[in-house]
Structures are given as structure tokens and as C-alpha cells.
Design a protein around this ligand. Structure first.
Ligand SMILES: *Cc1c(COP(=O)(O)O)cnc(C)c1O
Length: 368
């Protein structure tokens, strides 16, 4: 046990080592902010000059870091942001500075008033109770309204809107919005149905309107209204087929070994080597958002060479067949040019959104 001056010295040494660490044991999530900016610019170009393209940065910027993501998007031209809950808005306000509007999809919940006024957030009021709560706590503070046009998730129902609209629209109302349930299926009749309902509820109002996230932007200009609010397309996900990939996930190899035909690998002996092979054990697992359902299914990449996962996904480790490689690799990539979030999602029956937002806190996030 070290004490006194020696202890202080070791803390300095530790701090220096931490600052200079080469991430030899920690997986690296590379986040390409210029690709993110290009995706925003690309989606912005889909709508007309009179349409403002905002950005949805909820769930910590879909797992990539809301502050860094929103700052990069603001530099690309985004002038308005959307988050899910007030706490996210407070964190974003700190990163973004005082000026740009931040909307909260979840509206005004009990206990939010200090956050909404302190961080100057715009709650999207979803129900008559939220209107009452907002008016009672912050009578002069700006708000928006979210309408339900058929998704039955968030938003004010038509009869409530009919009753409250004159009063709400006479106050400091910044935006009236709704959300599409099936926008990633362009031919789905629900799209036109919700569009008609949104128009029926809002045509003629003097307040700005918004209906579309990524999918709606791609449905065509009648879905754009005044403001669009894409999320997933910015981060490189479907349904924005033209998106540039934003994330690369490189996982360090801890050790390699040769196994003989007939030897078993990992928990449950779930993999038996069908021939002699070379395996690499790499430093990430289900605690890092690599779903255990990928056991026996995932593919890692070394340059252009595919290396299959063998056996189960463990909490902190994966075992990979690297027999195809000439030399022992230093890292293997799970997300790269050859394999995006949607490719991984397809392997386990989920969506790119879930893969992105599951990316864990143990990665070092490196912004390019
Ligand atoms: C998440 C969300 C968005 C962004 O949707 P993407 O499909 O990621 O573009 C927009 N509006 C609402 C209400 C949302 O919940």
C-alpha cells in the first residue's frame, strides 16, 4: 500500500497513462461526423427550400453522443432539435448553447417545469392534462402540440384538439406536429390516411406544422409541411437508402489460438470445430450491446475478409474464426463498410435503430 507523496505520484502517473491510453483493450466506436453532416444535407435537399430540416437526437443521439452529434449538425445547418424527455433536453442545452430551439416529444410531465424553463425547452403537449399542467406552471412559456392522427401512441385526440385549438393557437404555440406509423412502407395506405387527418385537423392554422421523420421525408413533398425532423437517416440507417455509414466498431483481439478438429468453444460447448482452425478472442460482448441472439450468426470483418463468430456471445468476449487470415489480426470490425447496423439487425429480426441505441457505454467513442 502506497501512502503520502508516493501515493500522489502514482495518481499523477495514472492520470497521464489514462490520457495517453492507446485503447489496446477497449473497443473503439468511430463516429464519422462528416458522414452525419452529409446525411443531414442529403435529407435537407430532398425537401424544398421553404422546408426547415430539423434533427431528432433523442436517446443520446441514437447512442452516438447527443452533444457531439447536435453540435456537428448545427454546424451543417440544423437549426432545431428534438429529444424524447426533458432531461435529455437539459443535457443537450448544455452542449448546444442558449440559442437553438429544443423540442421535447414527451411534452410536459409532472416535475418538468424547472427543466423546461431553466433550459428553455419547448414541450410538445400531448393531452389536455399536459396543457393544464403547462399553463399552471409556466403560463407564458412557449410550447408546441402533438396530435394523434391514427398511430395511437402519443398526441392529442381529435375531439380534445377541436375543443382546445382556439385557445392553444392563440398562445405562444411554436409548432403543431404528428407522427406517421408506416412511413418506412411507401405504399402503405396508412400514410395517405394520416396525411388527410393531419390536414383536416390543421389546415388554415398560422402555426408551423411538422409530420415527417426520415420515412416521411422520403414519401414526397406533400408530407413535408414547414419542418421535418429526421433521426435514423442522419445516423446512416434505413429507410434512407442513400445514407452514408456513420459508425465503425473496431474490437481488439486479446489472444489467438489454434483449435483441433473436434474441440469445443465457449459456454455450453455450443460450437465444435469441424476442422483445425485458428480462433481470435475479442474484447466486446452482450454488455456492449452485441445482442446474445447473434450467437453463431454474426460476422466480423478484417478489411474485406469475413470472419464468422463461433459459439455464444459472452458478456465481454466473442470468439471468431480467423482461419482465413494470413496473420494474427490486432482488431476485427463488427460495423464497417461491409456491414452496417441494418445488416446486423436483419440477422436477429430487429431494426437498425435498436442496434444503434444498444451500443454500450464501454466503447471509447472517437469522433472523426
Ligand atoms: C424518433 C422520432 C422521430 C425520428 O424518427 P426517425 O424514424 O428516426 O427519423 C421523429 N418524430 C417522433 C415523434 C419520433 O418519436
Amino acid at each position: 500500500m502506497r501512502t503520502g507523496a508516493e501515493g500522489a505520484f502514482s495518481i499523477l502517473t495514472l492520470a497521464r497513462a489514462w490520457r495517453n491510453r492507446g485503447a489496446m483493450g477497449q473497443a473503439q466506436l468511430h463516429i464519422d461526423l462528416s458522414a452525419l453532416q452529409a446525411n443531414w444535407t442529403g435529407l435537407d435537399a430532398v425537401s424544398g427550400a421553404g422546408v426547415e430540416t430539423a434533427a431528432t437526437v433523442k436517446a443520446n443521439g441514437y447512442g452516438l453522443g447527443a452533444g457531439a452529434v447536435a453540435t456537428a449538425l448545427a454546424n451543417a445547418g440544423a437549426r432545431r432539435f428534438f429529444v424524447a424527455i426533458a432531461e435529455e433536453g437539459v443535457a443537450l442545452r448544455t452542449a448546444l448553447g442558449p440559442d437553438l430551439p429544443i423540442h421535447v416529444y414527451g411534452g410536459h410531465m409532472q416535475g418538468d417545469a424547472a427543466f423546461i424553463s431553466g433550459a428553455n425547452l419547448i414541450p410538445m403537449l400531448n393531452a389536455p392534462e399536459q396543457v393544464q399542467r403547462h399553463r399552471a406552471a409556466l403560463p407564458d412559456h412557449p410550447y408546441g402540440v402533438q396530435l394523434d392522427t391514427g398511430m395511437n401512441r402519443l398526441g392529442m385526440e381529435a375531439p380534445d384538439w377541436a375543443a382546445l385549438a382556439p385557445d392553444l393557437l392563440a398562445g405562444p404555440c411554436q409548432l403543431v406536429m404528428s407522427h406517421l406509423a408506416c412511413a418506412d412502407e411507401p405504399d402503405h395506405p396508412m400514410n395517405a390516411q394520416q396525411l388527410a387527418e393531419f390536414r383536416r385537423m390543421t389546415d388554415g392554422i398560422a402555426v408551423a406544422r411538422s409530420l415527417s421523420a426520415t420515412g416521411g421525408v422520403l414519401l414526397g413533398q406533400e408530407y413535408h409541411f414547414d419542418i421535418t425532423r429526421p433521426g435514423i437517416g442522419l445516423y446512416g440507417g434505413q429507410p434512407y437508402a442513400g445514407a452514408r455509414p456513420v459508425v465503425r466498431l473496431s474490437i481488439p483481439v486479446i489472444q489467438t489460438r489454434d483449435v483441433r478438429q473436434g474441440e469445443t468453444v465457449g459456454y455450453g460447448n455450443s460450437f465444435t470445430a469441424p476442422r483445425d482452425m485458428r480462433l481470435a478472442t475479442i474484447a466486446a460482448g452482450y454488455a456492449d450491446g452485441i445482442h446474445r441472439a447473434l450467437s453463431g450468426k454474426a460476422t466480423l470483418w478484417h478489411g474485406a475478409t469475413a470472419c464468422p463468430l463461433v459459439g455464444r456471445v459472452s458478456m465481454d468476449l466473442l470468439t471468431i474464426d480467423v482461419s482465413a487470415l494470413q496473420e494474427a489480426p490486432q482488431t476485427l470490425d463488427l460495423l464497417c463498410a461491409h456491414q452496417g447496423v441494418d445488416d446486423i439487425a436483419d440477422q436477429i429480426g430487429t431494426i437498425g435503430y435498436e442496434i444503434l441505441t444498444s451500443l454500450g457505454q464501454r466503447y471509447s467513442r472517437i469522433y472523426i
